[in-house]
Design a binder for this molecule. Sequence first.
Ligand SMILES: [Zn+2]
Length: 222
Amino acid sequence: MKPAARQPKPRSVPLMKKRAPSTGAKRPTRAEAEAAVRTLIRWAGDDPDREGLLGTPSRVARAYEEFFAGYGEDPVTILQRTFEETDGYDEMVVLRDIRFESHCEHHMVPIIGRAHIAYLPRRRVIGISKLARVLEVYSRRLQIQEKLTAQIANTINEVLQPRGVGVVIDASHQCMTTRGVHKPGMSMVTSHMIGTFRSDPRTRREFLAIIGSPASVQLGNV
Ligand SMILES: [Zn+2]
């Protein structure tokens, strides 16, 4: 991976529309959320009033605040502080092997994996930690892996307007490993390529070689 250029001057890009999804209905209260957890405990066949479970509804509600903190954050705002003075740096910037945790929107159980995010700057570059923050915001929402992959790539593309963006995610879904088909060890790879990452096989190959990507993606399954 090539290092980013030396500390350039920050620059703001025009504010874009917020992307946090609308919840549609009024948000339930904390008490209502905890009552729902009690219902699920009863439905699973246990007694929410036994000692070991007494604090569970409040712990689950707190865990949800953490798991789903991404609804309260706007990834576009995170990317808006960009740098233009890059000493002509125009090579690929890659952040690889970023571990993330998300939750599948079909079963609300964890998706755990690694993401690799790359872009080819046009004029602007971004602090590298911001790429990881965008992943974090989108992964702390109910997701499917395909949507998560596309949202990250599209947001970087819209805000930075680079020559290209590539995102590859390799993750295992606990809805596949702990229930249903019970296939532990299986992981799913998704990729979303935009601009030169899609149109230029050399750029795509360079990215995939840097991240040591699975053969299926190398073969052009993008
Ligand atoms: Zn699922």
